[in-house]
Design a protein. Structure first.
Length: 535
C-alpha cells in the first residue's frame, strides 16, 4: 500500500537509533536470568528475559503479572537512576558525532549524514556504534542499532535488529519497511493510547493503511495528534522541517554561587530555570521539543547533552530531563563526573513548535495546578531533597491502607492530569474489598484489640468465612469493653496463596460501638486488629 502523495515528495532525515532493551532493569543491576519487572502506576514498564518467558509483558497490571510469575521481583520506577546509568553510553557516542540526542534513558539517536561519510557508510557506522555501546554496557545488557529515514523508522529498525547484527533500511525505503507493521507500534514513540485504539477500531490494522490516507483528512478528523501519527506511519519526521523554528535567542542561564556539587541543590535551580524557559516560549506561543542542557563547572569544564521529545515538553517534563541529566553528571562514574561543582547552567531550546494551547481554569487559573504550589514544592525539594515531597496516587487493593500510596512528586508530572490521581483509575474488582464509604482515618500501623461474644469467648472466622458468634464487645488499647451496637461482615480475603512466605488470610468487619465511633476491624491468625476509623 503506497503512502500519500505528500509523503512521496518529502523525505526524512537519515537517522541512527541505539536502543538498549530493558534498560531500567539493567540500570538497577538486575540480570536477565532473574524474573523481574519495573512497575509504575500499577503497570509493568519493563521486564527481564526470564519474566517474559513466564508470561509477564509490558503493560500488564502488577497484580496479574505477579499471578503469572509468583517469584517476580518488582523494581521501583526511577527515571533518575536510569538516566544516571545511561550517561556513559551517550558519552561514548560523542566520539562518533556531536549531535547525540537522548530520547529517553536507554534510547539515543543521531543524524548519520556526516558520521556515515566519515566511517564509510551506514553499515560501517552502525557496526562501529554497536561496538562502542557494547563496550560500555558490557555483560549487563545489550544494544540494538537501527538506521533508517526518520527517528521512528530507525527506532523500529533497532527493535527489529539483533545485538550482533544492526538493521539498516535502505534510503527512501522507510515507507516500505513500515508498511506491514501493526498500528500498535505507534505506541513506541507516541503516548496516545486512545488515538491508537480508535485507529484499530476503525479498521486500520497496519501503518501502511494509515499512511495511505490523505494527510489533510487525518488532520481534519484527528487534529494534531492524528497528523503526527500519519507522518510517522509515512516514514517522515513528526513535524515538517519548515515547522522548526530556531530559538537560540530564547536560551536561559543562571549562575550557581557557590557551585553545586549535590544533585538536589542543582535540581532546585534547574526547576526554576525550566519554568523560566517554558514561560518565555509560552509567551510567544511556542513549545519546546528539543533542548540542550549545558553546564559549566568551576574549573571551566563544559558539559552538554541534547534531549528530544516527540511531543511538546511541559514545564514539569522539561525539569525532569534537566534533573536526570544532572544526576548523570554529578552522581555518575568518575569518567563522567566533573572535577568541580556546576557554576553555570544553561538551557537552549534548539527545536520548537507552535504551542497547542491550554485550557484555562474556571476561575482564571492558568493550569490544573497553581504555579505557586509548584514553586513551593520546588523550594521544599531543594531544602529536604527530591524524595521528601510526595503526592497521593490511587492503587488497587482490598484494605484502606493499600488503596492510596504516596509517590515522590519528582517522579510525576505535576503539570499534567494524572490518571492515578483519580479514584476511577482503579478498575479491578478486588474481591473481598470493603465497600464504600472509605474510612476517614487509616492507621499507619494496625492496633491489636480484643473482640468477644456474649459469653466472653473470642470471636473467630471459619475457613468458610463464617463468624463463630456475633461480636458483643470490643476492647481497644486495654480499655474497658465497649458494646457493639451494630456490625456487618465479614469480608474474607485470601492473598498471595501462591507464595507461602507472604500468604495471608484475613477477614474485615465494620462495627459501631457504644461510644458512637465506627471502626474497621480485621482478624488474622486469630488476632483482632483495629485498621481504620470512620468519621
Amino acid at each position: 500500500m503506497a503512502p500519500s502523495t505528500a509523503a512521496s515528495v518529502e523525505t526524512a532525515e537519515r537517522t541512527l537509533v541505539v536502543h538498549c532493551p530493558d534498560w531500567p532493569l539493567v540500570a538497577a543491576g538486575v540480570g536477565g536470568e532473574v524474573p523481574a519487572a519495573v512497575c509504575h502506576a500499577n503497570r509493568v514498564l519493563a521486564t527481564t528475559r526470564a519474566a517474559r518467558e513466564a508470561g509477564v509483558t509490558v503493560g500488564l497490571r502488577r497484580r496479574e503479572s505477579q499471578g503469572r510469575c509468583p517469584d517476580l521481583q518488582v523494581v521501583d520506577h526511577d527515571p533518575a537512576r536510569d538516566a544516571r546509568a545511561f550517561e556513559p553510553v551517550a558519552l561514548a557516542l560523542d566520539a562518533l558525532t556531536p549531535r547525540v540526542e537522548v530520547t529517553r534513558p536507554g534510547t539515543v539517536a543521531f543524524a548519520t549524514l556526516g558520521p556515515a561519510r566519515y566511517f564509510g557508510g551506514d553499515e560501517a557506522l552502525a557496526d562501529r556504534t554497536g561496538w562502542s555501546v557494547a563496550g560500555v554496557v558490557g555483560p549487563r545488557g545489550t544494544a540494538q542499532v537501527g538506521v533508517a529515514d526518520g527517528v521512528f523508522a530507525a527506532h523500529l529498525a533497532a527493535l527489529a535488529s539483533t545485538p550482533d547484527r544492526p538493521l539498516v533500511v535502505a534510503p527512501a525505503a522507510s515507507p516500505t519497511f513500515l508498511d506491514p507493521l501493526p498500528i500498535g507500534t505507534l505506541a513506541e514513540v507516541l503516548d496516545l493510547p486512545d488515538l491508537i485504539d480508535v485507529f484499530g477500531r476503525l479498521g486500520l490494522r497496519t501503518l501502511g493503511q494509515l499512511a495511505a490516507l490523505e494527510a489533510t483528512d487525518v488532520l481534519a478528523r484527528f487534529a494534531t495528534e492524528g497528523f503526527v501519527a500519519h507522518r510517522l506511519a509515512s516514514g517522515l519526521d513528526p513535524r515538517p522541517l519548515d515547522a522548526r523554528h530556531p530559538a537560540e535567542d530564547q536560551a536561559v542561564a543562571t549562575e550557581l554561587d557557590p557551585p553545586a556539587e549535590r544533585v538536589d541543590t542543582a535540581a532546585f535551580v534547574a526547576k526554576s530555570l525550566a519554568d523560566d524557559l517554558h514561560g518565555r516560549l509560552a509567551s510567544r506561543g511556542l513549545a519546546c521539543t528539543q533542548v540542550v542542557v549545558e553546564a559549566e563547572t568551576e574549573h571551566g569544564e563544559t558539559l552538554a547533552r541534547t534531549w528530544r521529545h516527540e511531543g511538546a515538553l511541559t514545564a514539569g517534563a522539561l525539569a525532569d530531563r534537566v534533573r536526570w541529566q544532572l544526576e548523570g553528571w554529578l552522581s555518575g562514574a568518575a569518567t563522567v563526573r566533573p572535577t568541580a561543582g556546576i557554576a553555570r547552567l544553561t538551557l537552549i531550546p534548539i527545536e520548537v513548535v507552535a504551542a497547542r494551547g491550554r485550557q484555562l481554569g474556571f476561575w482564571g487559573g492558568e493550569t490544573l495546578i497553581d504555579e505557586r504550589v509548584e514553586r513551593a514544592v520546588a523550594r521544599v525539594q531543594g531544602i529536604l531533597g527530591l524524595e521528601a515531597v510526595t503526592v497521593p496516587e490511587y492503587r488497587g487493593g482490598r484494605g484502606p491502607g493499600e488503596r492510596v500510596v504516596r509517590v515522590p512528586a519528582a517522579a510525576v508530572d505535576l503539570d499534567a492530569a494524572r490518571s492515578g490521581a483519580r479514584p476511577e483509575s482503579v478498575t479491578e474488582p478486588w474481591p473481598g474489598r470493603v465497600p464504600p464509604p472509605a474510612p476517614a482515618l487509616v492507621l499507619a500501623e494496625a492496633r491489636p484489640i480484643q473482640v468477644v461474644d456474649g459469653e466472653g469467648a473470642p470471636v473467630g472466622v471459619s475457613g468458610r468465612g463464617e463468624v463463630t458468634a456475633p461480636p458483643s464487645t470490643v476492647a481497644i488499647d486495654g480499655g474497658g469493653p465497649l458494646p457493639v451496637l451494630a456490625w456487618t461482615g465479614p469480608w474474607p480475603v485470601d492473598e498471595r496463596w501462591w507464595d507461602p512466605a507472604r500468604h495471608r488470610r484475613r477477614a474485615r468487619f465494620q462495627v459501631l460501638l457504644g461510644d458512637g465511633a465506627a471502626h474497621l476491624l480485621a482478624i488474622e491468625s486469630g488476632q483482632w486488629w483495629l485498621e481504620a476509623t470512620y468519621d
